[in-house]
Design a protein around this ligand. Sequence first.
Ligand SMILES: Cc1cc2nc3c(=O)[nH]c(=O)nc-3n(C[C@H](O)[C@H](O)[C@H](O)COP(=O)(O)OP(=O)(O)OC[C@H]3O[C@@H](n4cnc5c(N)ncnc54)[C@H](O)[C@@H]3O)c2cc1C
Length: 403
Amino acid sequence: MELSEDVLEVQKWVHEFAVDVIRPAAHEWDEREQTPWPIIQEAAKIGLYGLEFWGTQWLDPSGLAVPVVMEELFWGDAGIGLALVGTTLASVAVVANGTPEQVGEWAPQMFGTESEPAVAAFCSSEPDAGSDVGAMRTRAVYDEASDEWVLNGTKTWATNGGIAAVHVVVAVVDPSLGTRGQASFVIGPGTKGLSQGQKFAKHGIRASHTAEVVLDDVRLPGSCLLGGKDKLDERLARARERQRTGGASRGNASMATFEASRPSVGAQAVGIARAAYEYALGYAQQRVQFGKPIVENQAVAFQLADMKVNVDAARLLVWRAAWMARNSKPFTAAEGSQSKLFAGETAVRTTEKAIQILGGNGYTREYPVERMARDAKIYTIFEGTSEIQRLVIGRTISGAALR
Ligand SMILES: Cc1cc2nc3c(=O)[nH]c(=O)nc-3n(C[C@H](O)[C@H](O)[C@H](O)COP(=O)(O)OP(=O)(O)OC[C@H]3O[C@@H](n4cnc5c(N)ncnc54)[C@H](O)[C@@H]3O)c2cc1C
């Protein structure tokens, strides 16, 4: 498999940014546990942040530009990487569900400008609705007289929640329809009633801001419903009809969006795993015990061999799924989930092995593999836990109604 000239070029450019700007700052922002605005500004200045940059990568016909960019950024550092790419999740929700007018209005605001970059948040999870999206409680009620939607509820775990210029919020519009009674709304800058709740102190990816978002009588014009009211009414009517007749479901659109975005998340995990593998290999070649480099012990070299095989296998699963998504090949065996599951677990295993290979040094904050291991763990939790990925894959390959 060969990457195109364009993709190779962007890979080299992003790698240089990761080496020169991200890596030297990784430790500092992990300790500060704050959004690294100076780095976002630097990326924006050189065109490595923003709608135009991501638009170009999304349009790459092979589908591989996005995972390649993700891998390089997260090879640099995962916390800073997520601060740089967290906005893409919200922007994908707008691009996938919005009308062309909504995309034109909101997508640029999400990233801000070259001189004043902004971030966006995608808010679906709630305290009682994590894996179980159907348990969502945030309500959106339509006020026909004013053509406004009124939102109330509490979102949690939102990446960039409360500091975002634009929040995309999923809310229940018809509680009787479960996940099919949900819709997505865009909340623009300075909207009254939206506030940040608790900011979480985390185990890893600490340069990425994660917080609750509280919605208290947030009033939005009708135009903030993604896709528009007519499309929503049609969708709800179909869902009610299916509920009445017990007809087969055509699949949930937001689940399809998640499935298609999973390879990008897998690619982030590949970046962390590769970074840990490379660091451990270099260390094992240098560190001498019993009169020889520790890599000359089969026990150490075998660990490195397994790390390398897993990183490469994870990347191939990610690239396959990314290529399939971009070229409209149906995921008949949940290939998106496969890639995220394997890459996430590879990142956890590989970073843990890297700590072992570094011995005592691996366990300290003086060396980066400890941070990488903390960062890796989120990849078996967010964007669908490993168990949920197995559930999706299991259901897809067997047709069984697994729970
Ligand atoms: C740092 C961070 C950033 C995040 N960013 C965002 C964001 O930007 N936007 C957003 O909306 N959300 C975000 N999330 C939320 C994330 O997607 C959820 O944490 C995740 O979906 C899991 O939900 P939960 O934490 O409620 O765990 P739960 O759903 O309570 O799961 C707990 C455990 O039970 C297991 N489990 C649950 N159901 C089943 C089942 N049916 N079968 C087997 N096992 C099961 C899970 O796999 C898990 O191990 C973020 C989370 C974190 C920690």
